[in-house]
Design a protein around this ligand. Structure first.
Ligand SMILES: C[S@@+](CC[C@H](N)C(=O)[O-])C[C@H]1O[C@@H](n2cnc3c(N)ncnc32)[C@H](O)[C@@H]1O
Length: 221
């Protein structure tokens, strides 16, 4: 089944030789992802995940400001992986791993760990009704998140599409295992995140994004 409908290359990158060295130490390919994730776990007691990191503004900022925590990001947008890879090298960050595998593929390996915080910032909205089934956050996605989030871990969701936001809220509140810890319409500084490309665009268009934070409190059996 197809799980990714977005672009893998920016227009500028399409015909160029891509300079992301898949052997570099922070890049996860299908050949090394399993071992690298397990090694990472030995170093960091707190591991965090960003799904769809785009140009990496948030994950890079979090990794730079929290050197004792580990950060893993996945996004099939190859040009974004190249940009993020350059930033990691320039800033000499050791606590970050990235992959161009899309989430449901990456999940097969990511599920060997539990994550303290999971970030999903501006998932593609697919606003047309007939495209709604392409949305990343759906009931299947929710089941996977429940497998990888640690107890009392948090999921940070951000979007400026009210229709998508209400769908995401219904999904995360569907079985009483998440509490909605915080929700607000953001006006300016978006704490604790650095504004991402899409956050900046949305504020410029006076389309203020909503941030929703869910906390995982699984029911006792
Ligand atoms: C609208 S962009 C937002 C990028 C970034 N989070 C930001 O706020 O600027 C959505 C991103 O989600 C990524 N994406 C879409 N489907 C995905 C999937 N199945 N797994 C991981 N990332 C995905 C896209 O490639 C794209 O980079």
């Amino acid at each position: 089944m197809k799980n990714f409908y977005g672009r893998r290359f920016s227009r500028n990158h399409k015909n160029k030789i891509l300079d992301l060295n898949s052997a570099c130490k922070y890049f996860l390919s299908e050949d090394n992802i399993k071992e690298k994730i397990l090694e990472f776990r030995k170093i960091y007691t707190s591991v965090n995940l960003e799904i769809g990191f785009g140009n990496g503004d948030n994950i890079i900022n979090l990794a730079a400001n929290n050197p004792n925590a580990g950060f893993i990001g996945c996004d099939p947008f190859w040009s974004g992986n190249v940009i993020v890879s350059k930033k990691i090298s320039l800033m000499s960050l050791n606590n970050i791993l990235i992959s161009n595998l899309e989430f449901s593929k990456c999940f097969e390996y990511l599920n060997s760990l539990k994550y303290e915080n999971i970030f999903i910032l501006f998932p593609d909205p697919w606003p047309k009704r007939k495209h709604a089934k392409r949305r990343l956050v759906n009931s299947e996605f929710y089941k996977m998140i429940k497998i990888i989030i640690q107890n009392e871990g948090k999921v940070f969701l951000k979007s400026d599409y009210t229709d998508y936001i209400s769908d995401m809220v219904s999904i995360f509140l569907s079985d009483g295992e998440f509490l909605m810890a915080r929700t607000f319409l953001e006006k300016q500084n978006i704490f604790p995140f650095k504004n991402t490309k899409y956050a900046i665009k949305s504020v410029e268009n006076f389309n203020f994004p909503h941030l929703i934070v869910f906390k995982y409190i699984p029911k006792k059996i």
